[in-house]
Design a protein around this ligand. Structure first.
Ligand code: ZN
Length: 313
């Protein structure tokens, strides 16, 4: 009995450590996603973005891509803080919209994928009914969707913070104690969380190691990879099933898969993460930034290329 119990404890700990979901980018990550997207905007999107952004942006979407992070702590925007991630069950490496997209009080659609669908619909309704005044704030909708498409590509914005009620209270305690935001690791010599490693540290280390701490140089390197090594992949990255305008569920599924395969592997609490982890995970981070940019551009191009209904009739 004792043996079975300890095995059970061990399996709970392993599960709760391995199956945490995905994180969300810091400022550099969001800027990179939006800057890459700008290079793939069609003319109609360039015009729409310029029209919707505040004048101070001078048409540069990237300069406003971290805005949802900057306002989420203000009282009137607190409700948006749940829109930066998705909670997935700790013992499964998958994501399902109906099961996972809700807030702590089970209010449906309040998660990053729900937010992307919502702001896509707001922008679409304005495109389709251009003769009427939209009752949505389309500037906010543009800044939110641009940020959240970045977030859903961060392999740890799908954090799991609950367990199914089939599990006992003890299992819940284990899961709470070891949930992903609480995995304390060392990034080289600095104590931090695994979440922060994927948010910022991998990108910061790459900037220091390869790009003389210059973000524009890192972005140029990713743009060059998109023109060469990844160019054949771009049509697949851009595609969206069933003629939909936005495909966040697909991106969320990829993220939780990558989190399970790479983010949590060899990163148990107390581990020191160094060159091995950095060098093997950096290509994943780079590709997710590039995919986020390509898919943000593809989504906005699909939304803004819709012809107004009145003009079609
Ligand atoms: Zn965010």
């Amino acid at each position: 009995m004792e043996m079975r119990l300890s095995l059970w404890f061990a399996s709970v700990v392993v599960l709760t450590q391995l199956v945490c979901g995905a994180l969300c980018w810091g400022k550099e990550g969001h800027y990179t996603v939006c800057k890459i997207a700008e290079g793939y905007f069609e003319d109609v999107t360039i015009a729409a973005v310029r029209k919707l952004l505040p004048e101070s942006a001078e048409g540069d979407l990237a300069s406003f891509c971290s805005w949802p992070d900057e306002i989420k702590h203000l009282s009137q925007w607190k409700w948006t803080s749940v829109l930066h991630y998705v909670n997935t069950p700790e013992y499964r490496c998958n994501y399902e919209y109906c099961r996972d997209c809700h807030d702590a009080n089970k209010h449906k659609d309040l998660c990053v994928t729900g937010a992307i669908f919502n702001y896509t619909n707001q922008l679409m309704s304005a495109s389709e009914n251009s003769q009427r005044i939209s009752h949505f704030n389309l500037t906010e909708a543009l800044m939110f969707i641009s940020h959240y498409i970045g977030d859903v590509h961060q392999s740890m914005c799908l954090a799991n913070v609950y367990v199914d009620f089939d599990f006992s209270a003890l299992a819940y305690w284990f899961s709470w104690r070891f949930r992903c935001n609480n995995i304390i690791v060392k990034w080289y010599h600095h104590k931090t969380t695994l979440h922060h490693v994927w948010d910022n540290m991998i990108i910061e280390s790459a900037l220091e190691t390869y790009y003389n701490s210059s973000l524009p140089r890192m972005i140029q390197a990713l743009q060059a990879k998109l023109k060469n090594g990844w160019s054949n992949d771009i049509p697949l990255w851009e595609s969206c099933q069933f003629n939909q305008k936005a495909c966040p569920n697909q991106y969320a599924s990829e993220s939780i898969d990558l989190a399970c395969k790479y983010a949590y592997r060899n990163a148990t609490p107390g581990t020191t993460l160094g060159d091995d982890y950095f060098l093997s995970r950096l290509p994943i981070v780079e590709k997710r930034l590039a995919q986020g940019g390509i898919r943000l551009a593809a989504t906005l191009n699909r939304i803004f290329s819709v012809k107004p209904k009145l003009a079609r009739s």
